[in-house]
Design a protein around this ligand. Structure first.
Ligand code: OGA
Ligand code: MN
Length: 287
């Protein structure tokens, strides 16, 4: 089988036609998807009305799956599914100040998933179950390979050799969420990763995750924030960014090793948004 792939943006993103994710995947299709994922960084599959079981089964073709460090954020019966939703079990929108709703708004900061792990996630697969109608809730993805390759040489030389410290606990502090349970915090101590990431295939990318990046190692708070902002602004330019406008039952699969993403704000008090995600465990440390 040969997939049809339509490029979505000059820099990254491809829409895949001709796959039904509710059916078992044959090995050739799997390889084609894998290759397209490497090339385009972000893949979009439209009209995939799948359940969590099928979502997990499809995801497992691409590696082991991660389970989030906070059990409140995952589905009890299927811990590989991370639920991003502002709708409660009763089908109604939850209060905007409730923890799950507040937690979801952390995605309104640029980040790459699981950078708080020693080996960050390879990628993620997100299913839009209820998507925002009208403006807001779009997801932007930035190509960090190109952002590095095209970086002005003075900025590039300033980041060479630097490491960022990434922290789950610090991420939570942006929205003044209550401190984590000690046993959960102990599972996710801060980790350090180089800003210029070397991939096994010899490409390089800029590895920043502003939501989690507590510190540039050895720098103070003010210097850190100023550099992180400068790098974020550079990478978030339109020429490096594909913006995904969600339709119901889109499945979007992204590479976390050379892209970062952000959700555009919506009104969580009135606009329903229900998304289920899996995360594929990384196999490659940040070299
Ligand atoms: C995530 C995430 C983006 C979105 O699941 O890691 O950032 O569009 N989600 O909800
Ligand atoms: Mn994310």
């Amino acid at each position: 089988m040969t997939l049809s792939i339509r490029k979505l943006h000059e820099s990254l993103g491809g829409e895949i036609d001709g796959v039904d994710l509710s059916r078992p995947l044959d090995i050739d299709t799997r390889s084609e998807i894998q290759a397209a994922w490497e090339t385009h960084g972000v893949l979009v599959f439209r009209n995939q009305d799948i359940g969590d079981t099928e979502h997990v089964a499809f995801s497992r073709h691409f590696g082991d799956l991660e389970v989030l460090p906070e059990t409140d954020r995952t589905d009890d019966t299927m811990p590989e599914i991370f639920i991003l939703s502002n709708v409660g079990a009763d089908g109604k929108i939850m209060p905007v100040e409730s923890e799950p709703v507040t937690f979801n708004t952390l995605t309104w900061f640029w980040h790459t998933d699981s950078c708080y792990r020693a080996i960050p996630s390879k990628g993620a697969i997100l299913h839009g179950i209820e998507v925002v109608k009208g403006g807001g809730g779009e997801t932007r993805f930035a190509n960090m390979r190109e952002a590095l390759a095209e970086m002005p040489s003075d900025l590039r030389s300033r980041i060479e050799g630097l490491e960022g410290q990434h922290s789950w606990a610090w991420m939570r502090s942006h929205r003044n969420l209550p401190p984590m349970k000690a046993e959960e915090a102990a599972k996710v101590p801060p980790v350090q990763h180089k800003l210029v990431r070397n991939h096994r295939n010899r490409s390089q990318s800029l590895y920043i995750s502003p939501l989690y990046m507590e510190r540039i190692v050895g720098w103070d708070e003010e210097e850190t924030r100023s550099l992180v902002e400068e790098l974020t602004e550079w990478a978030a330019q339109d020429r490096f960014v594909y913006e995904h406008a969600w339709q119901q039952h889109d499945v979007v699969m992204w590479d976390n090793t050379w892209t970062m993403h952000i959700v555009l704000p919506y009104d969580p008090g009135s606009q329903r948004r229900v998304m289920h995600r899996t995360a594929i465990a990384g196999v490659e440390a940040v070299l």
